[in-house]
Write a protein that binds this ligand. Structure first.
Ligand code: ADP
Ligand code: ZN
Ligand code: MG
Length: 480
């Protein structure tokens, strides 16, 4: 039997507003536990919620970026459940009347383009964060738990897709694209490793050609784009084995174990009726007018798909444009081009050496020690023949390490190419004089030996000669 995978993704994004969703406590990451709390976000009796207007606006911005309809009337609901990280025993969320619905996001992978339907984008509040003590941080083997309510009440957007995704790769690209949009909108820092962007991936299998959906499993706990793709690939394999063996899939939540490279059973999944949703009596319904939606739409920034198209129009190839946008290097690219760098050269450095540096150092563009002017300077030094391409890599290394502007680094590291013809001729002449046999063979037509002598000159000049010019000079010497 050939099985087709069906995937739908729920994404939570913590908004980086100044204050929390329903109280005035500041929003932040980390810090001393339980220091950014008040009666409202601790759920103390009698405390009343006051909604954060910015958070509502920002959620609508994401909705608009995903081509959603913005609801004229929407409502907050109470989602009732008991868990220690949520002291009210309910989470204020949205239910059947979300702020945004019926959008879509197009994703392009190696197998083609896919339109992923966006069922809804709604707004809720985050819960506290519990830490299970003991080895592995697992609840089962834990001797106790600590709870930090600093996160409780941070505005949380949730974007839910239709079950339109078909492969783990598409799922990853969807997630990357959504993250790029969130970053372009400037509404969250969307850090997977810190949990300000979190994915739950729902996956089921069905026999190829069948329309009806199979039983789904929800996979949680992936904290990188790579683990999202890996977790889904693994889960598809696990379900395939069960179904091929004549078994049935249990509807459940499973946790991805990054180290073991497999999913493990978690709790069985609640039905929505278990949550006893009812409309939040402490909040009035939201009503948004056309004028407001129009303003928000007009205020949208350039979105990643538009940025990619603009980069491609400037001469960057499709892969390069994609890497620039998903790695967050687009602004640096724009600045370098504005400072005079050729688009293709700026893109080459950013998608090559700079991206490799980011991966190696496991850091993001915000922490880079290079700006657009410096990158443009590096490009122009190569163009002018001041730096060989190898020397330019060393200069970039120095710039990224905080040694200063390219020219300063090149001088300090003694990497400027010899452009003085006299000095260059002298170095060539010395090598020519020391290798009469090789010169005779070159004169006799053995062109392969030129490279050998160029190498000697490069050695003698500490790599600072322009190899193309050296090669010309050797040819001239052999012909004379
Ligand atoms: P639940 O009530 O379990 O949260 P939803 O219907 O709200 O389920 O869907 C949650 C996510 O799971 C959505 O992204 C949806 O597209 C996806 N989904 C729903 N059914 C399936 C299925 N059979 N296989 C894969 N994904 C599914
Ligand atoms: Zn508070
Ligand atoms: Mg659901």
């Amino acid at each position: 039997m050939t099985w087709e995978a069906v995937i739908g993704i729920e994404t939570h994004v913590e908004l980086r507003t100044h204050s929390k969703m329903f109280c005035g406590c500041p929003v932040g990451f980390g810090g001393e536990p339980n220091t950014r709390v008040c009666p409202t976000c601790l759920g103390l009796p009698g405390a009343l919620p006051v909604p954060n207007e910015k958070a509502i606006e920002w959620t609508m911005r994401l909705g608009l970026a995903l081509d959603c309809e913005i609801a004229e009337h929407s409502l907050f609901h109470r989602k009732n459940y008991f868990y220690a990280d949520m002291p009210k025993n309910y989470q204020i969320s949205q239910f059947d009347l979300p702020l945004c619905a019926d959008g879509h996001l197009d994703v392009t992978t190696e197998t083609g383009e896919r339109r992923v339907g966006i069922t809804r984008v709604h707004l809720e509040e985050d819960t506290g964060k519990s830490t299970h003590l003991g080895e592995g941080g697992r609840i089962g083997s834990s001797g106790g738990a600590l709870i930090d309510f600093n996160r409780a009440g941070i505005p949380l957007m949730e974007a839910v897709t239709e079950p339109d995704i078909r492969t783990p790769e598409e799922a990853r690209v969807y997630a990357q694209e959504l993250r790029a949009i969130v970053l372009a909108l400037g509404v969250s820092d969307a850090r997977l490793e810190e949990g300000s962007m979190r994915f739950d991936a729902n996956v089921s299998l069905r026999p190829a050609g069948v329309v009806e959906l199979g039983v789904k499993v929800e996979v949680k706990n992936m904290n990188s784009m790579r683990s999202l793709q890996r977790a889904l690939a693994h889960e598809i394999e696990r379900q395939t084995e069960i179904l091929d063996g004549g078994g049935a899939i249990a509807q459940e939540t499973r946790h991805w174990d990054e180290e073991a490279g497999r999913t493990e059973a978690g709790r069985s999944k609640e039905e929505s009726s278990d949550y006893r949703y009812f409309s939040e009596p402490d909040l009035v319904p939201l009503s948004v007018g056309d004028e407001e939606v129009g303003k928000l739409r007009a205020g949208l920034p350039e979105l990643p798909a538009q940025t990619r198209a603009r980069f491609e129009a400037a001469g960057v190839d499709a892969t390069g444009a994609r890497v620039l946008v998903t790695s967050g290097l687009g602004t640096l690219f724009d600045e370098a081009v504005a400072a005079g760098a050729a688009a293709t050269e700026a893109a080459k450095w950013l998608t090559g050496e700079v991206t490799a540096y980011l991966n190696r150092e496991d850091t993001d563009p915000a922490g880079l020690q290079i700006d657009g002017t410096a990158l443009a300077e590096l490009v122009s030094m190569v163009e002018a023949g001041d730096l060989s391409s190898t020397a330019a890599k060393h200069v970039l290394e120095g710039v990224l390490a905080g040694e200063g502007e390219p020219r300063r680094v090149a001088e300090a590291r003694d990497l400027i190419q010899i452009r003085d013809e006299g000095a260059l001729s002298e170095a060539v002449a010395a090598v020519v004089a020391a290798h009469p046999d090789e010169m005779a063979r070159i004169a006799g037509g053995d062109g392969k030996l030129i490279g050998f002598l160029v190498g000697k000159v490069m050695q003698a000049t500490g790599g600072k000669a322009d190899p193309r010019r050296v090669s010309e000079l050797i040819r001239e010497a052999a012909a004379s």
